[in-house]
Design a protein around this ligand. Sequence first.
Ligand code: ATR
Length: 293
Amino acid sequence: MNTQGKDSTPDRYGVVGHPIAHSRSPFIHARFAAATAQSLLYDRHDIPPEEFATQLRALFATGFRGVNVTVPHKESAARLADVLTDRARRAGAVNTLAVQDDGSLLGDNTDGAGLMADLAYLGVELRDRRILILGAGGATRGILAPLLAAAPATLTIANRRLERARELQRAFGDLGAVDACIYEDLPQRVAAHGGFDVVIHATSAGMEGKLPAIERTIFAPDAFAYDLGYAPGDTAFVHWARAAGVGRVAQGLGMLVEQAAEAFFLWRGVRPPTADVRRELELTNATPAPHHR
Ligand code: ATR
């Protein structure tokens, strides 16, 4: 919602997470605001889990129009919202809260749309391709619906704990066939059907620079490897995929920009251009992290 013009005070937005110090969202939204001539303020808020609801209510009471929500608050944000969009309900998680005209709080999830916009930008085909998702947590839940809607040949979720992959198989089965397995079953899948064309890393192991127990044989020739996470230089998964001989790799910086653009659109009713911000972020992110040197 755009309340600009009612008075001269810029509308306030922000990102909430824990930790949040390294979030790129303030940079991205400042660029979007400049590119679309929108007057707004956007800042970071480090909020511990037990204070999420009270601090969020306080922000909205002081006039905030919306916030982005990141780890570990996305499920709490879904509970806080008065109304959920269909995609947020499916995801069971909210990454964007917006105050509506009637004062109620709308919870949306723009992560899946952000991923799809990024894959389109990168020219990655999904239709009739064999997709493998590593991990069965909240990140996977947020992207499953649009991936299944893209009509892949197969979609496999591999996870340490089989039951969590099975849960997602059940929850999204109405949208398309989902295969669920543990990492140790992947060689057998590959032997039977060949490698995967698109491999998406969606575990939280990467935050500690770790990887699930996977082997390079998961990749089909000309495979594309994508990490939902991002880190200075390469993420551990992108680094590993390159070393495994995968030529087409990307990390989630583009998705970060695209999900932010979707949130900006929800708040302001204006779609910001993303290409320049993507380039700027990629340039500043190109320095390898010490543990990858
Ligand atoms: P979030 O909602 O932030 O994604 P989550 O729901 O706890 O967090 O999901 C984390 C995902 O990362 C899960 O798929 C988890 O695997 P399990 O369900 O088997 O626990 C995965 N994960 C976390 N650490 C991992 C590690 N060291 N190796 C492999 N997978 C890991």
